[in-house]
Design a protein around this ligand. Sequence first.
Ligand code: PGA
Length: 235
Amino acid sequence: MKIIIGNWKMNGNAEMLDEMVSNLAAVNTENRVILCVPATLLRPGTGAVMIGAQNVSKYESGAHTGDISANLVSATGASVTLVGHSECREAQHDTNADVARRAELALNNDIMPIICVGETATERENGKIHEIIERGVRESIPHNATNGGFIIAYEPRWAIGTGITASGDEIANAHKIIRSILNEMGFDETPVLYGGSVTAINSAEIMKIDHVDGVLVGGASLKKDDFIPIITSIK
Ligand code: PGA
């Protein structure tokens, strides 16, 4: 079983979501499907798809205009959230500690966090992939995390929305590093997903790489004809 996550970013509307949810209900798969949608579309999931947010606040409540707490997300019936997505890390200047705080509050509200980590193009050029990934994983996992109670997504930032996918060797190498750190931390049941320009063309190949437990899909998750073939590309 693999985990396929769609990240709609700031796209979509209620009608599109209704349609996608009903299309997903007809898909014959054992893979777990999660859709992370804009906050205004949050709702309970169905048997075929879990619905998630794209971020939660690092504050519990209070004077944080425009921010949405894990508690408010939980009240919509959604059960998952991304945290530390590179677009959020950049826009909100999040450190790993900030991401850990968001994940901590998500867990406190019965929301499963998908913690994203990954290096920038410059960090990659400077040979810092291992260091960035290792710190990302160690520092972004909150103290209240449990084995299997969260997901790690490895998303090289230069591969997000660019049409450039990391090579099989690069993905294998990063996932091997992450797997061994997680095992050492006692999180051997925590899935590790790859994200960055995943499409139906490359998804099966990527999910066959050792220690790749699924994929996080941005652009190709918006249309059923792009997204469903990714879900069915592998058992
Ligand atoms: P992409 O986005 O698939 O469009 O590269 C991935 C992501 O943002 O998670």
